[in-house]
Design a protein around this ligand. Sequence first.
Ligand SMILES: [Zn+2]
Length: 353
Amino acid sequence: MDIAGSLIGLRDEALARIAQAPDLESLDAVRVAYLGKKGALTAVLRGLKDLPAEERPAVGRVSNEVRDAVEAALAERRAVLERDLLARRIRAEAVDVTLPGRRRPLGRQHIIHQIVDEIVDVFVGLGYRIAEGPEVELDYYNFTALNHPPEHPARAATDTFYVKDQSGGATGAGLESEVLLRTHTSPVQVRVMEKQQPPIYVLAPGKVFRRDVADPSHLPQFTQIEGLVVDEGITFGDLKGTLEHFVREIFGPDRRVRLRPHFFPFTEPSAEVDVSCAMCGGDGCRSCGGEGWLEVLGCGMVDPNVFRYVGIDSERYTGFAFGMGAERIAALKHGIPDLRLLIEGDMRFLRQF
Ligand SMILES: [Zn+2]
């Protein structure tokens, strides 16, 4: 058998298959078919040892040339195929930088937070400081130190969320250490006055909780903003002037303010504050129930009993406090007919503000 001839035949066959290999996988299959352990060329090379000694050098040289030629062709073809692959990937992953970008939808501040910020701005502008307190509160701060007698109806388990079940009754021993969800942000007043001597000018916004069923004018959780001023010579006139300024800033310069006598355990005297109806200007219409006025907040002069709990000299200092629901202010300002709209998270509603 002419081994050199069959080597040349194998070489030509291998070179033809290498040239036609369409991708790297087929190319590797060709490599295995000729140069692998069981490859055709390998078998021939293995047969060299059986040749007569005088033929070996010549055949050995041819076989080396053939193997070098096949290996070189493989390397060259691999380089071409790899370049093609890279070019295809670059084309496939190309980004058209001239395309206009996709606009990401911008979030917006919730209407309740907007109104809280507006109100905070008004009072910060008057020199008030923001104060915060815990949402899970002790009875002592929520009721006792705010002059609520033990039998006060707000303390009933039907009105207030207690952290522990009140099976022993609302007026049992250890009442002041009961843990509850605060029903107003007024306990922040007590916490501030415990730590700080007058002059005190603070605003306490925050979440409060009451055992109410959600309806158009009540929510079981809402945002209260409580204000407290304690200083020498503070009068009811200061309170009224402050609230008139607040109402004009939030509702507009044409709105009027009316105070009606009321009762709160921690202020004396106390008042509820009405703002003139924007629809009728005070004449009475459907949106104000014919009253001409809409209730916006409660207020009063700090009861000396409250000062006694926190060790402030009520002979030297006087003060006022007021509290409002941010949701109610938002509803009055924007003519929202149902407070539940504010907490339902319907974007069609919320996008309007
Ligand atoms: Zn009206």
